[in-house]
Design a binder for this molecule. Sequence first.
Ligand code: EPU
Length: 429
Amino acid sequence: MEKIVVNGGNPLFGQVEISGSKNAALPIIYACVLVRGKCVLENIPDVSDIRCSFDILRGIGAKIRMITRTTYEVDCTDVEAGRSDYDLVRKIRGSYYLLGSEFGRFGRAKVGLPGGCNFGVRPIDQHIKGFEALGGRVSTEGGYVEIESDRGAVGSNIFFDLSSVGATLNVMIAAATADGVTVIDNAAREPHVVDCANFLNTCGAQISGAGSDVIKIKGVKELHGCTYAIIPDMIEAGSFMVAAVATRGAVKINNVIPKHLESVTAKLIETGADVEEFDDAVMVTSGETIRRTSVKTLPYPGFPTDMHPQMAALLCTAEGTSYINESIFENRFRYVEELRRMGARIKVDGRILVIEGGAPLSPAPVMATDLRGGVAVMIAALTAKGVTEISEINLIERGYDNIVGKMQALGADIRKVTVPDDAQLARAN
Ligand code: EPU
């Protein structure tokens, strides 16, 4: 079993390079299923959700070749529908994009229900509604989602009941090679939706409006290969921005699109930090003291739900009472128990966190409860003087490329260690 050990108390100083966006790379990797030919994808983050996705695609017949650590050639010419490995698919959330891409290419799909971080119920009814609008007959039985159709995917108008990143991307992927025009209304506007549309357009798709709440997709007969670079990861960047402020440091965060970070930047400025924007970097300098603030998570361009746990860790160190209203997921609070072990004074009232700041956090054995919650406890540990051990770090490694090495380069006293797990200890005794 691996753990992360943090000897906290050092401010972070220096520069860090941000990797490619996990949540953009995932739909793009699965969208390669639509393409007969080779796609060269650059700026792929080295994280386990991506490795798992490559394994899923290899299992259905894709040829995937690593060119450099962050560049891969993906050739899905020979893939087959309905063959994906159930146990791999259930490990991650992003595997649900295989539904859209199999349906788009073959007019049918069969994929296990997805996994991913546990935030309470995470329905896929909007994905299903979209596939049905495109002419699919969708059933969910025995742990699988199955789509069948008589004529393949057929263009249609879809009005989503809510803003869903996954449903927007899944339907956009399926519609790219559908017969006719699809209009998605109330579409998610996240930068990863735009990135996937740009990728598909580079392969010959005709998608307009991505980034607004109406996306129009004129189905094309086929897509061709291309070379495409994934956008930088705004959540990784935001996590380093928050860590810089929480540790009272100053960090230049390189390879970012500052526009994608504006909601986080605005909140950090409210806490008293200084954020200077460059073309493709932001310089974040903590204020002398951290002021309280209130945050409400919202779809893009609002404050991202994927930044709320990190922000909670920071606000534990602020003066006064802060509030976080989590409006996207009904239960994204499992990490709060871990912060409490470190002395955080946080109350959960429905979807609202009430954070009494001001008292320094102290070390304790803690665990990652999910991807972003795991980084929140890491940030808390970086601020707490003394040694904190974090377990279940595989959850952090699902979405952060070399986070320990990047933190070390900023002066953090942090390392990954391998310790025997209970079963190994029992055998040794
Ligand atoms: N929702 C439905 N029905 C659906 C789909 C979504 O009710 O069919 C609800 C969800 O339960 C939630 C809201 O709509 O309350 C928004 O969910 P969305 O579909 O946007 O989220 P997702 O596609 O499941 C992706 C990211 C998450 C990120 C959210 C929100 C991937 C693989 N996952 O999830 O990323 O939190 O969008 O931005 O892209 C993470 O990276 O840590 C992570 C959890």
